[in-house]
Design a binder for this molecule. Sequence first.
Ligand code: FEO
Length: 386
Amino acid sequence: MKDIKYTGVNDHQVDLFEGQFEVPLGMAYNSYVIVDEKICVMDTVDQHFGEEWLKNLKGVIGERAVDFLVVQHMEPDHSANIANFAKAYPGAKIVSSLAAFAMMKNYFGTDFADRRVVIKEGDTLELGAHKLAFVAAPMVHWPEVMVTYDTTEKVLFSADGFGKFGANDVEDPEGWDCEARRYYFGIVGKFGAQVQALLKKAAALDIQTICPLHGPILDTPDKIQHVIKQYLTWSSYGVESEGVCLAYTSVYGHTEAVAEKMSEILKSKGCPKVAIADLARDDMYETVEDAFRYGKLVLATTTYNMGVFPKMEEFLMHLKRRTYRNRKVGLIENGTWAPMAAKGMKEHLAALQGMEICPTVVTVKGSMTAETIVSMEKLAEEILNS
Ligand code: FEO
C-alpha cells in the first residue's frame, strides 16, 4: 500500500476480549490513515489506547489536520476514541452510517450533528487520488457496519470481517486460521447469511489488500484467496476438515475415561482427527470452533439433576445461539441410577437444523465396562460411516 498507513495498537493487558474470549496472544485494534490531498482516518481503537493511537497518527501525518474519520463499526473496541479524536481534530468530519450516529449519541451524548457525513451503501468519498466506496455489511457483526473499498489502491477495509484474535507484534505459531476461526465462530458465527451476502458483494471487487480491524493485513493473492475460501465454508456452515469433535464433561473421571476410549476407537477405525475437549477445563470457544470445523460431533456427559450436566448444557446453548446445523452426532451418557443426559441432549439438538443423531446411544452406569466398549464400537461405526 502506498498512501495507506497502519496506526493501530496491540493490547497485551486485556484479560478477556469482549468480556469473554481468552486471548493468550493479546489483541490488535487496527486503525489506518489514508494520506492524500485530504487525510482520512479509518476507525479508532479501544479506550485504553487513545493516547498511543493519536501518537501513531501524528507519527504518520505530523502536524497536518485530518479531514475525515470513517467509523465503520460502533463496537467500543473500535469506536471508544471518537470523542477524543473529535477534540484533537476539531476540523475533521465524522463519516458513518445513520445507525452508527444514533449509537454515537448513546455512547458520547452527541451525534456530532454539525460535523457529520451520513453515508450509505453505494456512496463514495473523494480524497484526491483516492476514492472510497462504502458497502453495507449489516450484522457483520453489528447492524450499523459499513465496509469500505478504496478504489484507487484496491484495498478492502473489512471491519471485523477477516479479523482474528492475537496482537500483531507476536507471531501466531498456528498461522492465521486457528485464531481467525475461533474469532469467527465465537463472534460472527450466528450471522452466516449476512457474511455470505457480504462475500457476494466482495466478489464483485478487485481486492489486492484486506485491512481488517483485528489481526494482520492480508496483502497477497494467496492469503486473500485462502481467507475468502475459509469464510465461504464457515459462513455456509460447511465441513472444513474431516474428523470428529468429541466434547465431554466428567465429574469423577469416569466419563473422561469413556471419552478417551471413544477417541481411541474412532482413530483405530480410521478417523483422521479426533479433537477431544473437557468442556469444564478447556476453553469452550476452542470446542465451539471445532464443532463447526468438523462434520461429526460426539457428546459425552453426566446426568445431573435429572438432566444434562451444566457445562454440556452451556456448550449446547453456544451451538444453538450460533445456529449450528447439518452435522452427525453421537451421544454418550453417564448416570449411576437413572441416566437422563441423552434424552436432555436430544431435546437441545432437536432445535437445530439438519442434525442426524446416531441410533446407538452409549449408556454408562458409573464406570466403563466391556459392554460399554461394545456399544462405543457400534456408535463409532455409525458416526464414521455416512
Ligand atoms: Fe471488533 Fe465487533 O468489534
